[in-house]
Design a protein around this ligand. Structure first.
Ligand SMILES: Nc1ncnc2c1ncn2[C@@H]1O[C@H](COP(=O)(O)OP(=O)(O)OP(=O)(O)O)[C@@H](O)[C@H]1O
Ligand SMILES: [Mg+2]
Length: 394
């Protein structure tokens, strides 16, 4: 519009200049005639008319200039508004899909693999949206495949551990039978049977641990809760393990709060947790170390702790200590090879009871492992990793 206005204005200006030039020409001819004494009154009239005509032309051209300026200004304004509208439309069409993409990427990163975007907008953003959706599809597919592989792995570990355990327990049984008749064996034979027995026990324990973890992963580790008195249970475990700690001249003390109420738990599993923690304290602490087992009620939970003044665990290892197959410095220098499963199983078992477990340690001063169990477990305790059933009969 502004360009049309300017073009029209230039044309008018040209016409004006031509008309003024023509007017002067006519006036000049009239004036020449007057000067030659030929024109008379008619020539003078021509001079006056031309002056009036030029005046008229000037008025017209100044009106036209104003109109054209207005037209140009209106055109520029309309152009600017149009450009602004176009620009903001363009920004909006770019922004909306990009915002959607950022939001979906955030959800995807947080683990929501169903996050997708609506493909739209400019061709570049549409391509980006399509690429994002394809990537999310791939991730979801891979996650599904991983889940399937995990399930297969759990099934394999479950079956393999189970199948291996049966012949192994029979080898262990026969070795134990042989040991019952040790007086008929030579000392070399006794030594060999002892080695067989040691290795059998170690393997059976490892297979049992693997079975527990695989069951826990598959949600098939069943906890049969029943009212359980903690004090006699802890006392029994401490008495059983005292032979081992005394062998290493370690003191094993217990401090149990009197009158602790019974809790809902599976006694064998609590025993397993305690054996794991006390055995660790015994195995990883030097001769003459002190090990303490304490139990007390804290709020609506009961807290059991196992402390030692052994080598402790460096901070960098402490945060991974409950992970599977993780062995710290103390574990690696220990003579009897462990597997790094004891704490992982203990954590799994505590959580199946609806409780929590934590480790605290100062290298060079000792370690404390503390687990807490609810006095009244929630109905859904252990629902995430396994099954917990409550049996109210004592
Ligand atoms: N009381 C402790 N003092 C020092 N280090 C400890 C203590 N308890 C555990 N650890 C460290 O934590 C690691 C993991 O312990 P965990 O009981 O899970 O496995 P493990 O004892 O090595 O093998 P196992 O499966 O036979 O129990 C140990 O190897 C050891 O380094
Ligand atoms: Mg251990």
């Amino acid at each position: 519009m502004a360009v049309i206005g300017v073009g029209r204005f230039i044309q008018k200006r040209q016409d004006f200049e031509d008309a003024i030039a023509r007017s002067y020409q006519v006036e000049m001819t009239a004036r020449v005639r007057i000067a030659e004494g030929r024109g008379g009154a008619a020539a003078r009239q021509v001079v006056q008319r031309q002056a009036a005509r030029r005046e008229n032309l000037r008025t017209n051209i100044s009106n036209d200039t104003r109109d054209t300026a207005l037209l140009v200004a209106a055109g520029l304004l309309a152009g600017l508004t149009g450009a602004l509208l176009l620009f903001s439309g363009l920004i909006a069409s770019l922004r909306r899909p990009l915002e959607e993409l950022v939001d979906a990427a955030g959800r995807l990163a947080a683990g929501d693999l169903s996050a997708r975007v609506e493909v739209g907008g400019l061709s570049e953003t549409a391509t980006l949206g399509t690429a994002f959706n394809e990537m999310a599809d791939q991730l979801q597919l891979q996650a599904k495949e991983r889940e399937q592989l995990d399930r297969l792995k759990d099934e394999f570990v479950l079956t393999a551990s189970h199948e291996l355990r049966s012949p192994l327990t029979s080898v262990q049984g026969f070795a134990e039978l042989l040991m019952l008749e040790r007086e008929t064996l030579t000392s070399k034979q006794v030594e060999t049977v002892e080695i067989i027995l040691d290795n059998c026990r170690h393997l059976v324990r490892l297979l049992n641990d693997l079975l527990d973890l695989a069951r826990s992963d598959a949600g098939r580790l069943a906890i049969k809760m029943r009212p359980t008195e903690l004090a006699p249970l802890i006392d029994e475990v401490v008495r059983t393990l005292r032979a081992q700690t005394e062998g290493a001249h370690q003191s094993l003390s217990e401090e149990l709060e009197p009158g602790m109420p019974s809790i809902s738990a599976e006694p064998d599993r609590i025993r397993q947790i305690l054996v794991n923690l006390i055995t660790n304290a015994h195995e990883y602490s030097p001769e003459g170390a002190s090990i303490g087992v304490r139990a007390r009620v804290v709020g609506d939970e009961v807290e059991v702790s196992v402390s030692d003044d052994g080598p402790g665990i460096p901070e960098s290892q402490l945060e991974h200590i409950f992970e599977r197959f993780v062995r710290g410095d103390a574990g690696l220098t220990q003579r009897v090879g462990g597997t790094g499963l004891g704490l992982a199983i203990s954590k799994s078992l505590v959580e199946l009871h609806g409780g929590t477990i934590e480790a605290e340690s100062t290298p060079g001063e000792g370690s404390t492992f503390r687990f807490r169990l609810p006095l009244r477990p929630a109905a859904a305790a252990g629902a995430e990793t396994g099954r917990a059933t409550v049996d109210s009969s004592p």
